[in-house]
Design a protein around this ligand. Structure first.
Ligand SMILES: C[S@@+](CC[C@H](N)C(=O)[O-])C[C@H]1O[C@@H](n2cnc3c(N)ncnc32)[C@H](O)[C@@H]1O
Length: 375
């Protein structure tokens, strides 16, 4: 345990020492900024009924579409009672209060860390605080070196969900925002020549990357598929942050997701089992970040078949490439099935120190290009 932590720590320090980027003044941000969205009652009513509609049919879905791998256990142990009670009782008041604080309760568990993330962050030992502070600085350095002209203000956390994290020059940043902003610009560059690119993300967590992507380019059509629990959070977050967006959510009817239907919406957020409804060859890019590896082999195989079917230009995934050293469930990308329609164009160790080879969650970045493009 100690040697690997020590290696990690010295690696982070070496990233910091090697750079000539000036890191802004930094502190932690844990004070409450609880914010009520304008249309709270309607919005919360909508996310509850959409969630209940999905849960009503979920157990009739084929096995690969059920929560699997690490997530089955995680949702039972972590997501737990408060959210499930509020949704099953259709209790809008309780749910509204939970969602106004989702970054600080169980809803955020499993997204970029383990359980009770906010609580842990508030009670770090001096050594842990130093480690975290250096880690976030090293991510800043990687981000700044890649996109030196992007202003820090772009990364500021909207207040919805009561975020916490770091203050960099008076800008509130949640921990994974450097990755989200980097990916948003990276994908935007890949899709540069397209007017209304269709972006499909599987396993988008609370919607952090979707938020950065849509800020980067509002003409993107974003389609998110995730387990009903996290689609609920994404729907809340993206509805609050883009109050004028037309968002398609699940209502219990399974409808074909055709280009014509998509013309009526800016954002589509659906439970994972609706993925087969998506028109073939519609996705300009399919994205999966720190997510496929957390699913069962059966689910990964099914999703790869779907990716082959719906993809048109790119598939990008960033997942573990060797077993996790924290002992938690994870299927390395070396065990993922082959894709028929995509060719691996580039693969390298992740640029983010938190997920590099000496970490508990060693990731690789993988960009695939559709065979049609190469023809
Ligand atoms: C570690 S989180 C990563 C979230 C996000 N990509 C990020 O980087 O912040 C894993 C995500 O995969 C989703 N997920 C897990 N099992 C899934 C499944 N069978 N189908 C779709 N999404 C799934 C989770 O709900 C969660 O959103």
């Amino acid at each position: 345990m100690l040697p690997s932590r020590f290696t990690k720590f010295s690696h982070i320090i070496s990233v910091l020492l090697r750079n000539d980027v000036i890191v802004p003044n930094q502190g932690i941000f844990i004070e409450s900024i609880e914010t009520k969205p304008n249309n709270e009652i309607d919005l919360v009513g909508k996310v509850i009924s959409s969630f209940n509609a999905a849960k009503q049919v979920q157990n009739k879905m084929p096995k690969p579409y059920l929560p699997s791998g690490g997530w089955e256990k995680f949702l039972n142990n972590e997501w737990q009672k408060n959210y499930y009670d509020a949704t099953s009782q259709k209790n809008v008041t309780t749910m509204a209060a939970l969602l106004r604080n989702f970054f600080r309760n169980e809803a955020i568990s499993g997204i970029w860390g383990n359980e009770k993330m906010f609580n842990r962050f508030c009670h770090l030992s001096k050594l842990e605080a130093l480690f975290k502070s250096n880690l976030i600085k090293s991510h800043y350095v990687v981000w700044k070196n890649t996109f030196p002209t992007v202003p820090l203000k772009e990364l500021e956390a909207p207040k919805f969900g009561n975020p916490w994290g770091y203050r960099f020059d008076n800008t509130l940043l949640y921990e994974p925002v450097f990755e989200y902003n980097f990916h948003a610009h990276y994908f935007d560059n890949l899709l540069h020549n397209l007017q209304n690119p269709v972006v499909v993300e599987i396993g988008g967590g609370f919607g952090g990357l979707a938020y950065q992507l849509l800020c980067c380019r509002s003409s993107i059509k974003y389609i998110g598929f995730d387990l009903p629990e996290n689609i609920l959070i994404q729907t809340y977050y993206l509805s609050c942050t883009f109050p004028n967006a037309k968002i398609l959510t699940y209502s219990g009817d399974s409808v074909p997701l055709t280009s014509e239907l998509l013309e009526h919406y800016d954002i589509v957020l659906l439970p994972n089992f609706e993925l087969p409804q998506l028109e073939s060859s519609i996705a300009d890019i399919i994205i999966n970040i720190r997510s496929l590896s957390e699913m069962s082999k059966e689910t990964i195989i099914e999703y790869f078949n779907q990716i082959d079917r719906i993809g048109r230009l790119f598939f990008y995934h960033e997942n573990i490439y060797k077993p996790r050293s924290d002992g938690l469930f994870g299927i390395p990308s070396t065990d993922f099935p082959a894709l028929n329609n995509f060719v691996l164009a580039s693969a390298s160790e992740t640029r983010w120190p938190k997920y590099q080879s000496d970490s508990g969650y060693p990731c690789q970045e993988n960009l695939f290009i559709h065979r049609n493009v190469l023809r």
